[in-house]
Ligand binder design. Structure first.
Ligand code: C2E
Ligand code: MG
Ligand code: MG
Length: 414
């Protein structure tokens, strides 16, 4: 390390999974951990450098007199390495890792707040890259960061402030027009931001871990709601809940689901779970165990957005999947687009051969429905039948369309 340069680096460190230590071993253990981490950080820098704890599990390190960015990279590698040896906390061996964002004065910014924001944005990128990594700030990170930071802080209070609600979109039998169930879709209405799309806030909830309490709320609410439909006479209607990979990693998912089922008194087979392939790619061993547990519980598991990712056929064999949802991007240009027609036929043939259930999502018109019916698709979902509706409206919709059967204007001979 040199000390003669004019460059200053600001490192922003966030401990990965610190919260789980705090939650499982208590705050005293959490404090001990922070003390030990601080001691190890000290061994990685020179006396003249500054280490500060910003609060929670966040630290900053200021390295002065650097010649080149690579000097800061060396320190980052040292820090990551220094945390490799386990910590002994109350007789538990704890492994901590950290994600580090790095920004430079004066080249990235000359203002302290600006530098902190940069380093924070770079730190999030490091987390996205899989944790236990460092990332240097680049300008494109900042616009993204401003948006996601705003979402994050608002999201932190959204559960307690009751800003979430669920909407339901029916899944309909192509053969009989019957409503088989509904997919629960999360909505967030924030007083300042208005209605925020799940496409914008779910990724932030996943990155920050907030998806765990939010997802638990979704499961509980969906199970409670389906109970009310049953009480209103629609006792065959199932509910599908979307799950994020992060919820599987958390480890308490099975317990949460069991509890939600028990509290609402609904049967496990009336709960469907929609997962995405990223979960299967993520951590095959752990996901396989969790999926097997869910299967043993009696819930059904659907692979969402099928066809958009790797769509590895090995997953279908390896994991206990009950069905596939054909992504709406393949349905949109049906009929007429030869590629999408071929893909849809192929997914349907595949599901039939593997005895998987299949749902086509994003059905918006009669021509699409007709194509899917001829192709042998048994369940459909989409705006053609109904947009996602809040609980009361969904119930009204059920009452209106049953037993007259759904959507197809009654003249389709179903
Ligand atoms: P998804 O699970 O694939 O949900 C289907 C999305 O397609 C929904 O968007 C739905 O409103 C929309 N959709 C349904 N029919 C049509 C149609 O005919 N045409 C078009 N253009 N769109 C249609 P939404 O509600 O914005 O949700 C987006 C994604 O956010 C979901 O995709 C899901 O991945 C995620 N998401 C929603 N709620 C939850 C949740 O509670 N937990 C988790 N982890 N993810 C959720
Ligand atoms: Mg879904
Ligand atoms: Mg989908």
């Amino acid at each position: 390390m040199t000390g003669s340069g004019t460059r200053v680096a600001l490192l922003f460190l966030d401990l990965d999974r610190f919260k789980s230590v705090n939650d499982t071993l208590g705050h005293l253990a959490g404090d001990e951990l922070l003390v030990e981490v601080a001691a190890r950080l000290k061994t990685c820098v020179r006396k003249s450098d500054t280490i500060a704890r910003l609060g929670g599990d966040e630290f900053t390190v200021i390295l002065e007199g650097l010649d080149a960015p690579v000097d800061a990279e060396i320190v980052c590698r040292k820090i990551i390495k220094s945390l490799e040896a386990p910590l002994l906390l109350q007789n538990h061996e704890i492994y901590v890792t950290t994600s580090i964002g790095v920004t430079f004065f004066p080249s990235d910014d000359t203002d302290l707040n600006g530098l902190l924001r940069n380093a924070d944005a770079a730190m999030y990128r490091a987390k996205e890259e899989g944790r236990n990594k460092f990332h240097l700030f680049t300008a494109d990170l900042s616009a993204r960061a401003v948006k996601r930071m705003g979402i994050e802080s608002a999201l932190r209070h959204a559960v307690e402030r009751q800003e979430f609600y669920l909407v339901y979109q029916p899944k309909i039998s192509v053969q009989t027009g019957e409503v088989l169930g509904a997919e629960a879709l999360l909505r967030w209405e924030n007083p300042q931001r208005g209605l925020v799309s799940p496409v914008d806030f779910i990724p932030v909830a996943e990155e920050t871990g907030l998806i765990v309490p939010i997802g638990e709320w979704v499961l509980r609410r969906a199970c409670a709601d389906i109970r009310k439909w049953h009480a209103a006479g629609f006792d065959h209607v199932s509910v599908a809940v979307n799950l994020s990979a992060r919820q599987f990693r958390h480890g308490e998912l099975i317990q949460t689901i069991r509890q939600a089922l028990q509290d609402s008194g609904i049967a496990a087979r009336q709960l469907e779970l929609e997962i995405t392939e990223s979960l299967l790619m993520d951590d095959t061993e752990a996901s396989q165990i969790a999926l097997n547990d869910l299967k043993a519980l009696g819930t059904s598991i659907f692979l969402d957005d099928f066809g958009t990712g790797y769509s590895s056929l090995a997953y279908l064999k390896k994991f206990p999947i009950d069905g596939l949802k054909i992504d709406r991007s393949f349905i949109r240009d049906l009929p007429g687009d030869p590629d999408d027609e071929a893909i849809t036929h192929a997914i349907l043939a595949l599901s039939q051969a593997l005895r998987l259930r299949v749902v086509a999502e994003g059905v918006e018109n009669e021509a699409q429905l007709e194509f899917l019916r001829r192709a042998g698709c048994s369940v459909v979902q989409g705006f053609f039948f109904s947009r996602p509706l809040v609980f009361d409206k969904f119930l009204e919709w059920l009452q209106r369309t049953t037993p007259a059967r759904v959507g197809i204007a009654g003249n389709q001979g179903w």
